[in-house]
Design a protein around this ligand. Structure first.
Ligand SMILES: CC(=O)N[C@H]1[C@@H](OP(=O)(O)OP(=O)(O)OC[C@H]2O[C@@H](n3ccc(=O)[nH]c3=O)[C@H](O)[C@@H]2O)O[C@H](CO)[C@@H](O)[C@@H]1O
Ligand SMILES: C=C(OP(=O)(O)O)C(=O)O
Length: 427
């Protein structure tokens, strides 16, 4: 077990290359299983969620080669749709095995997923989608069994009551090889959904409208192997943008799609941060003179819930009162007590954090409760003049590739060390 030790107070300077998107990667890898040949996925981030997927695929009998930043997946040797438990609980996105195995074998038996604890994270819309496609779904002791009658799903019109990234992608996966046409209404529009549709279409699927709220999928009989490069991770990029601002630094982010970051750029500019957008890079120049603002998270293209926690840290440094409301996850506030431990003045009211900005943060020992809480605490540590110790790195490792070396390359004084005996006992 390890922790980060951050000697904060140094403005981040220089450039950082953004990795492939976590939330694309974890959908593209299971999608690749549907092909009748090898699929090569490039720009794949080395993060824990992808490593776990690598192990899951091998456990299921797929041929997988994971080298540098690419993976070759060949699902042909797989015989089984059984993946009841164990590793699937280590990540949220194992739910994509439902849609992928259902399309591949006409049946999936997979345990319920894990992922960040952000309050209730139901999967009713995924189930509603599979059932609309004709599947019979049962949940016995946490193992979902999803079966298509006679082994093949039938296209249907599905209205999602809530905009859900996971349900949209899962229905796309399942419907890609269904008989007939499937329409998803009120679909999520996140760039990661477009990325998955692009891979499936390159494999021979017929998906139109991804990136809008109406997706049309004409099922096909077979999908073939291909190569695909993952889009840049807009959440990792947003994290470095906020870190640059919080440390009054000057950072250029390479390998980004500025359009995917419009809501983040707009909010940073409103706070008073200088953000320059170029073709495939963004430069952020901090200045320490920040205004309070209100932020409300919403589905893409709105401000992402996955950056709600990091921007809260930045707003503790702005002058005046800010309100940050999470409209996606009502309980995504477990970073708040830890920020208070560091001297920030903020409280939770309902699904909002009410922030009295302008506090001088101090170094402290803090624990990351989830992935983006971890990012929020690392940013706080980088912005203080003291020493901050961050535990709970298993969460951060799920989604940030080479966090320590990337921060070090920007001049941060941060290192990763083993927990002492006493700290291990307290875990
Ligand atoms: C692996 C992955 O891509 N994770 C992302 C994905 O999670 P995930 O796909 O799990 O999130 P959803 O978009 O599905 O969730 C959106 C909202 O819908 C609710 N809901 C969702 C499904 C369902 O069946 N029933 C239901 O009520 C959720 O509780 C939440 O309030 O999108 C979230 C919202 O952008 C991000 O925070 C996560 O980083
Ligand atoms: C909530 C997140 O991830 P997951 O859905 O994989 O738990 C995230 O990436 O911030």
């Amino acid at each position: 077990m390890e922790k980060l030790i951050i000697n904060g107070g140094t403005p981040l300077q220089g450039s950082v290359t953004i990795s492939g998107a976590k939330n694309s990667a974890v959908a593209l890898v299971p999608a690749a299983l549907l092909a009748d040949g090898p699929v090569v996925i490039e720009n794949l981030p080395h993060i824990q969620d992808v490593e776990i997927y690598h192990e899951l695929l091998r456990e299921m009998g797929a041929d997988v080669l994971f080298e540098d930043d690419w993976m070759e997946v060949d699902g042909r040797p797989m015989k089984s749709m059984l993946m009841p438990n164990g590793r699937v609980k280590k990540l949220r996105a194992s739910y994509y095995l439902w849609g992928a195995l259902l399309a591949k074998f006409g049946e999936a038996r997979v345990g319920l997923p894990g992922g960040c604890d952000l309050g209730p994270r139901p999967v009713d819309l995924h189930i509603k989608g599979f059932e609309a496609l004709g599947a019979k779904v049962t949940n016995k002791n946490g193992v979902m069994t999803i079966q298509a009658p006679n082994g093949r799903l039938k296209g249907a019109r599905i209205y999602l009551d809530l905009v859900s990234v996971g349900a949209t992608i899962n229905i796309m996966l399942a419907a890609s090889k269904a008989e007939g046409v499937t329409i998803i209404e009120n679909a999520a529009r996140e760039p990661e959904i477009v990325d998955v549709a692009t891979l499936l279409n390159n494999m021979g699927a017929n998906i139109k409208g991804a990136g809008t709220d109406l997706i049309r999928i004409q099922g096909v009989d077979r999908l073939r192997g291909c190569r695909h490069t993952i889009i840049p991770d807009r959440i990792e990029a947003g994290t470095y943008m906020i870190a640059a601002a919080a440390t009054n630094g000057s950072v250029t982010l390479e390998n980004v799609i500025p359009k995917h970051l419009e809501s983040v750029t707009a909010k940073l500019r409103e706070i008073g941060v200088d953000v320059l957008e170029m073709d495939d890079c963004i430069q952020v120049n901090g200045n320490g003179q920040y205004r309070s603002i209100d932020v409300k998270t919403s589905p893409y293209p709105g401000f992402p819930t996955d950056l709600q926690q990091p921007i809260t840290t930045l707003l503790t440094l702005a002058s005046g009162s800010s309100i940050v409301t999470d409209n996606i996850y009502s309980a995504r506030f477990r970073h708040v007590d830890e920020l208070r431990r560091m001297g920030a003045n903020l409280k939770i009211e309902g699904r909002s954090a009410i922030i009295e900005g302008g506090s001088q943060l101090n170094g402290a020992k803090v624990v990351a409760s989830d992935l983006r809480a971890g990012a929020a605490l690392v940013i706080a540590g980088l912005a203080t003049n003291g020493v901050t110790e961050v535990e709970g790195l298993e969460h951060i490792d799920r989604g940030y590739e080479n966090l320590v070396s990337k921060l070090q390359s920007l001049g941060a004084n941060v290192r990763r060390v083993s927990l002492g005996e006493k700290e291990r006992q307290q875990q």
